[in-house]
Design a protein around this ligand. Structure first.
Ligand code: HEC
Length: 109
């Protein structure tokens, strides 16, 4: 009986501090990628898990493009891929930076 009472506070603590059943947090954008998205203005129209002017990054990632194809589509958008959106204006991003963004998108789940 004494033992049970000793365990009671522990039990209460465990229940009280159980992590809340929240929605899984959206994946974070690595700082180096985020700075590129800011630098080239992508962040004005694209967000991780919220539709802005452009589709959210997770929706773009769901298209399972290759990095090469992503670079192509940014340089020469094909609005037919996104019915219901205004067409994206072609973006000029230096190759190296574009590769970084594209690689990140390819690996985004
Ligand atoms: C002025 C708003 C705007 C800006 C700035 C912008 N986008 Fe977009 N983006 C869109 C819209 C709208 C679409 C969907 C329509 C389309 O593809 O034409 C889109 C689509 C895309 C797609 C999917 C292409 C496809 O065909 O599936 C990629 C990838 C993308 N954007 C990347 C970028 C990157 C990288 C940048 C920054 C260099 C950027 N966007 C800047 C509005 C924007």
């Amino acid at each position: 009986m004494k033992k049970t009472i000793a365990f009671l506070p522990l039990l209460i603590l465990l229940v009280a501090f159980k992590p809340a059943d929240t929605q899984p947090a959206p994946p974070e954008i690595p700082a180096d990628v985020q700075s590129l998205l800011d630098k080239y203005g992508c962040a004005a129209c694209h967000a991780m898990s919220r539709k802005l002017v452009g589709p959210m990054w997770t929706d773009v990632a769901a298209k399972k493009y290759s990095a090469k194809r992503i670079a192509q589509l940014v340089a020469k958008p094909e609005p037919a891929n996104w019915p219901g959106y205004v067409p994206m204006v072609a973006q000029k991003v230096p190759k190296e930076d574009m590769n970084k963004i594209a690689k990140w998108l390819v690996n985004l789940k």
